[in-house]
Write a protein that binds this ligand. Structure first.
Ligand code: AMP
Length: 355
């Protein structure tokens, strides 16, 4: 068990790091952050913060010397950065990052464990793309295999004719058949150092323009019926990776069962409702897991819950939400630049308490 006063290192400085840091501080830990220069909103809740390139070995050495354990809030931390840290500091094996950084690798990983993914093909050339369109058909989505998020690095392909006009982005891609889904959901679990696994309830996730807009509970009968199968896959993934902490798998709920989309080896936007809506939040349980503390209950506390993201300039007037009925819980991430499409905060509304 990590003693009170010990320092938890967090790689990445965004809102997830900020909320992890808040949970760590509440449990009596100190936080050291590390991320490249930018609007690192975790800075405000970190005792120390290194703003340096992922390849800055000197800064990484100083960061490592300050930490008792290291975790991440961003799945695209370069593997070379992780390798530069003393292995004993890592809360979770780096294999989780390696798999999740690549859309092809994560789909293969899930398939090997019995999961079902959308039909997909690797695309590295015009010929690959033509073959993929022929085999999988249209509509579909071309995605960069690495580094895409929130709908970025994705191109929807409506027809074979449309595909001929597409310029490949010059990096390895994946072409996926469009899944005719009824709904989307995620499975969020926490796994302790000793292998104990707990799940939060799965919300229905509503996306706009490829980005999460809202997560709601109850998720509806269709999703609820598919959660056990999705959880079984998520547990196998966590076990196979020797995972420690919070892990998220995203699924499409289709008429013939759950289809795996992608995984995030970290706390997730669709789990922000757990701060007020669950007995223990995803942030606190992540910290508990990596610190070797007992896990907290993941039980849902309210009959209905809705978490909505606050995106772009809406954040400038978001404090007005506090005057709305129903005691909404507002979280603003402290980002100064309210750019269009940027996640600036979220608001959670809860219904009646569960007995
Ligand atoms: P992703 O970055 O893979 O999570 O994609 C973002 C969102 O785009 C998903 O949550 C879906 O709403 C949509 N999407 C991505 N891939 C597919 C697919 N193969 N079929 C249908 N919708 C998709």
């Amino acid at each position: 068990m990590l003693a009170p006063g010990a320092t938890i290192g967090i790689l990445g400085g965004g809102q997830l790091g900020r909320m992890l840091a808040m949970a760590a501080v509440q449990l009596g830990y100190r936080v050291a952050g590390f991320a490249p220069a930018g609007e690192n909103v975790a800075v405000e809740v970190s005792g120390w913060f290194w703003e340096a390139d992922w390849s800055d070995d000197k800064a990484l050495g100083e960061f490592a010397a300050a930490c008792d354990v290291v975790t991440w809030e961003f799945e695209n931390v370069p593997l070379a950065t992780i390798a530069a840290l003393p292995a004993a500091l890592l809360a979770c094996p780096a294999r989780a990052l390696e798999v999740a950084q690549d859309r092809l690798a994560e789909k293969q990983f899930a398939e090997q464990l019995g999961g079902r993914a959308a039909p997909h093909a690797r695309v590295e050339s015009e010929e690959d793309f033509a073959r993929a369109i022929e085999r999988i058909g249209t509509p579909g989505i071309l995605k960069t295999a690495r580094e895409g998020y929130d709908g970025k690095g994705q191109w929807r392909i409506g027809s074979a004719h449309e595909a001929t006009g597409v310029r490949l982005p010059g990096q390895r891609c994946i072409y996926e058949g469009m899944v005719a889904f009824e709904a989307e959901f995620s499975v969020i679990l926490v796994r302790s150092r000793s292998g104990e696994v707990r799940f939060w309830d799965s919300t229905a996730n509503h996306h706009e323009g490829g980005m999460l807009a809202q997560s709601t509970l109850p998720a509806g009968a269709l999703i609820e019926a598919q959660v056990p199968q999705a959880r079984a896959l998520a547990a196998k993934v966590a076990e196979a990776l020797g995972y420690v902490g919070v892990l998220t798998l995203e699924f499409f709920a289709t008429r013939d069962g759950p289809v795996f989309n992608e995984m995030a080896p970290r706390v997730h936007n669709s789990g922000h409702w757990t701060i007020e809506g669950a007995a223990t939040s995803q942030f606190e349980n992540h910290i508990r897991a990596i610190a070797g503390l007992p896990l907290g209950s993941t039980a849902t506390r309210f009959a209905s819950i809705a978490m909505r993201n606050i995106v772009g300039p809406e954040a400038l007037t978001a404090h007005q939400i506090l005057a709305e009925p129903g005691e909404p819980h507002l979280h603003l991430y402290g980002k100064r630049e309210a750019r269009e499409g940027r996640k600036m905060g979220h608001v959670t509304r809860v219904g009646h308490p569960l007995p």
